[in-house]
Ligand binder design. Structure first.
Ligand SMILES: NC(=O)c1ccc[n+]([C@@H]2O[C@H](COP(=O)([O-])OP(=O)(O)OC[C@H]3O[C@@H](n4cnc5c(N)ncnc54)[C@H](OP(=O)(O)O)[C@@H]3O)[C@@H](O)[C@H]2O)c1
Length: 411
């Protein structure tokens, strides 16, 4: 099969060009009769953080069969990936087995890498698409991230229009707004269009912007699609579960705990528990008035870094505040230390140091957002975003202690 990845067309200069949806992607087929109450869902990203909670939510809130696109060598391995991923988050139930169907494929391939027969069969069967897959990487340029974050979206949109029109619920990112043209005090509404500007931060942000705009074009062409833009996604609000801790914030928290010191930053930190997003997305997908809209997922109560450190200390960690430069020096000393007790952690300290050398959203002064569409959409339910408070941070730290990611206090 020919690859749809054409790196010669992937340079930064082509970003706006890449956001133009192919003319042959149209949504003229009748809408699936089960668009609001799906019998068959196609889910991407189920082996990721948000995807596994969407899978769980869909299994609990519907009777649908869930077809999960998974990268794997064979079906057994794909199934094993899904089951062990659900298990690792404490979500697995044996009765789920008969409703989860792994589809071995890759978003960067035409037809997701599926043969014609299976692709056609899925196009006829699937009622709704949830697109949570993405390649999150703050170091790579746009061209490297384009196959997964742009071409995959186009493939999903093409699939959405085939045989029967399937609503598509797309996970974008609030990063589509991170450029220098928004005045600091401007509140960005869900109805605001993320305008392209060359100052758009990072290859990842650019790739998400293109994906976001492609889905918006599909909305204009008649696809009942929703666009979901989260800020930083963190673990489950009650269980604290977060197994992939590669994002900078968990790494930093661990670094501060291990050093017993934290930098005296004057920054604001935000995070959204994953269960708030998965619950909200599945709920919103059941009402046609939400189609063709965008939704902003952010914490209404972001927290100052120093207040976050107080919440960490309230869990029993004794931490000292020091200037950032000194903190970095201490990190370097751990990396260079000959002391046996630090030898196992050198790679962790080195990666943390490297991550702090590149620009990161954590240090970007965000505009303010509103979430009127979500507020209207979840009215009458008990869905709400957990505050960043002592309970939430305690849940996260206890989970990390149990999973071995973080040492317990005084260890
Ligand atoms: N995490 C955040 O803080 C955050 C914030 C805003 C927006 N988002 C967006 O939210 C979505 C979900 O994020 P997440 O944290 O759940 O991500 P994640 O844990 O890194 O999971 C990414 C998922 O995408 C899949 N994937 C990547 N490339 C693929 C490909 N070529 N073909 C098929 N599947 C592919 C991965 O499969 P493998 O397991 O095979 O790698 C995995 O299942 C992403 O679109 C991300 O851009 C995330």
């Amino acid at each position: 099969m020919t690859s749809i990845v054409n790196t010669s067309l992937s340079s930064e200069a082509n970003i706006e060009h890449d956001a133009v949806l192919d003319a042959d992607i149209q949504f003229t087929q009748p809408l699936s009769q089960y668009a609001l109450n799906p019998q068959a869902v196609f889910l991407t990203g189920a082996t990721g953080l948000l995807g596994v909670y969407l899978l769980d939510e869909l299994l609990r809130q519907s009777q649908a069969e869930i077809f999960c696109l998974v990268r794997a060598i064979d079906e057994d391995f794909a199934r094993q990936r899904l089951v062990s991923h659900l298990q690792s988050y404490g979500l697995w139930k044996p009765e789920y087995a008969s409703r989860i169907f792994p589809v071995i494929g890759d978003l960067t391939e035409p037809q997701f890498g599926l043969d014609d027969a299976l692709y056609q069969q899925l196009a006829e069967t699937v009622d709704v698409i949830y697109y949570s897959a993405g390649w999150i990487n703050m170091l790579y340029p746009y061209s490297r991230l384009k196959p997964a974050n742009v071409l995959g979206v186009k493939e999903a949109l093409r699939f959405a229009g085939l045989v029967q029109t399937k609503p598509l619920h797309f996970v974008s990112s609030i990063a589509v707004f991170f450029n220098d043209i928004h005045p600091e005090d401007k509140v960005l509404k869900e109805t605001d269009i993320p305008i392209y500007h060359t100052s758009l931060k990072g290859g990842y942000g650019k790739s998400k912007w293109v994906g976001d705009r492609l889905v918006a074009s599909a909305q204009e062409r008649g696809l009942p699609a929703t666009i979901h833009r989260p800020t930083r996604i963190m673990g489950h609000s009650q269980t604290g579960a977060l197994n992939d801790n590669s994002e900078l914030l968990p790494q930093l928290l661990k670094g501060c705990i291990k050093l017993g010191k934290y930098p005296a930053w004057d920054i604001e930190v935000t995070m959204v528990p994953v269960d708030y997003i998965s619950r909200t997305m599945v709920h919103l997908a059941a009402s046609p008035e939400n189609f063709k809209k965008a939704f902003h997922y952010f914490n209404a109560y972001p927290i100052r870094w120093l207040d976050l450190m107080s919440l960490v200390q309230a869990q029993g960690y004794r931490l000292t505040e020091i200037p950032y430069e000194q903190w970095i020096d201490e990190l370097k000393q751990r990396i260079d230390s000959q002391d046996e007790q630090y030898s196992g952690d050198k790679e962790f300290y080195s990666r943390l140091l490297l991550a702090l050398k590149v620009p990161h959203y954590l240090f970007y002064k965000r505009p303010r957002f509103d979430s009127k569409n979500i507020e209207a959409g979840v009215q009458g339910t008990n869905i709400q975003c957990h505050k960043i408070d002592e309970e939430l941070i305690s849940n996260y730290l206890h989970y990390w202690q149990k999973s071995g990611f973080c040492p317990k206090p005084d260890q």
